[in-house]
Design a protein around this ligand. Structure first.
Ligand code: BMA
Length: 364
């Protein structure tokens, strides 16, 4: 019964892919087409956050002269990830580096280089808290979203923040990017989280951002991704804050494996909950005719030698998820990594995962 359902989901997306094949005029059309064809073929592209600017225990020193050839994933497999993620946090201040110290010039160069090599790029954004002066994780006030919406005391200033984000996107030229602002909104750890604003306010925030970028600034090459955190098996929670079909192109989900349990428990919990979530999302995908992605995932520190082939892969393999993206390998925090790197004990397992027929890396 279940299996038949997944197949149905794949077929529905496949027919959508065929219908959409007629119109591939813009970089956005081409990117949507590529995502839909992954769903159609049951392929899953592999993605990694901040793959070119740095990796485990190394970073690009002089980005203006560097050819950006190094990648932890390439070191292990010989291939770049097909998808790369970068974060715009601090662009709202007009800063020269993002919240993790990566120069925006480097992000621009890495984005364009990766797209030129045939890859896909996705942007997240952790903007600071405009009302309190804290960071994105400052949840001390539940008035922030209200304050930045039209009529709110910080609205005008906030539109300047959006302007700086849009300026950066515009500076990239005519390339398509997957953009997933206001992510993990069904949790309550960011100022735009579920416990900090009403569903209506969240939806307004998302739509206001969309309207500004797309209608006011004419930035038509963004693929808009709605990416709540796991727990989508409670599909009402996922849909309660859904901005609407007009404002969303891609249905995302952020779900991490827990490091608070034993290796075995963590694996079982992760697989069970992710499979449940992806089954729910497959239903939403059919109903709303939108492809799905696992916009963020991973196990911090990967203390499991068979994590890729025995935990992550079995959890995702039956679902048309287009791509999955594991978070960053911080160059300056030895234990904060989610992707493979050369010399780490589960390197061989990642290589085996990357070589599976269903998994796609960049084939230059
Ligand atoms: C988090 C961590 C932080 C980082 C943030 C934005 O999950 O990796 O160290 O600042 O993402 O990249």
């Amino acid at each position: 019964m279940k299996k038949a359902f997944y197949i149905l989901a794949l077929c529905a997306l496949a027919s959508c892919a065929c219908a959409c094949k007629k119109k591939v005029d813009t970089p956005k059309d081409a990117l949507m087409q590529q995502l839909l064809s992954f769903a159609e073929q049951g392929k899953i592209a592999y993605g990694h956050q901040d793959d070119l600017p740095y990796g485990h225990a190394w970073k690009v020193e002089d980005w203006e002269t560097d050819d950006l050839e190094r990648s932890d994933i390439k070191d292990v497999t010989g291939h770049y990830p097909l998808v790369m993620g970068f974060d715009l946090g601090d662009i709202e201040h007009g800063a020269s580096k993002n919240l993790d110290g990566v120069p925006f010039g480097l992000i621009r160069k890495a984005t364009l280089k990766h797209i030129e090599r045939g890859g896909i790029v996705t942007f997240s954004w952790h903007p600071d808290n405009l009302l309190t002066g804290g960071d994105a994780w400052d949840v001390s006030s539940n008035k922030v979203v209200e304050a930045v919406l039209p009529g709110g005391e910080k609205h005008t200033e906030f539109m300047e923040w959006l302007r700086r984000g849009a300026d950066f996107v515009e500076s990239l030229g005519n390339v398509a990017i997957i953009f997933r602002p206001w992510h993990e909104n069904t949790g309550s750890w960011f100022w735009w989280g579920a416990g900090l604003c009403s569903a209506q306010q969240y939806i307004e925030l998302f739509r206001m951002t969309w309207l500004y970028f797309v209608k006011e600034r004419g930035l038509k090459n963004l693929v808009w991704c709605y990416s709540p955190d796991g727990g989508a098996s409670d599909i009402e929670g996922y849909m309660e804050r859904y901005p609407g079909d007009e404002f969303v192109d891609l249905l995302g989900l952020d779900t991490y494996a827990s490091t608070h349990f034993s290796r075995e428990e963590s694996a079982v919990l992760f697989m069970e909950s992710l499979r449940k979530d992806l089954a729910s999302l497959a239903a939403v995908s059919v109903e709303h005719k939108k492809p799905v992605c696992l916009s963020e995932t991973g196990l911090e520190g990967i203390e499991n030698p068979v994590w890729w082939t025995q935990v992550l892969y079995p959890a995702v393999k039956d679902f048309p998820i287009t791509y999955l993206l594991t978070w960053r390998n911080a160059w300056d925090q030895p234990g904060h990594f989610f992707g493979a790197w050369k010399g780490f004990e589960n390197e061989a397992d990642f290589k085996a995962f990357a070589e599976l027929d269903q998994i796609v890396l960049l084939d230059e």
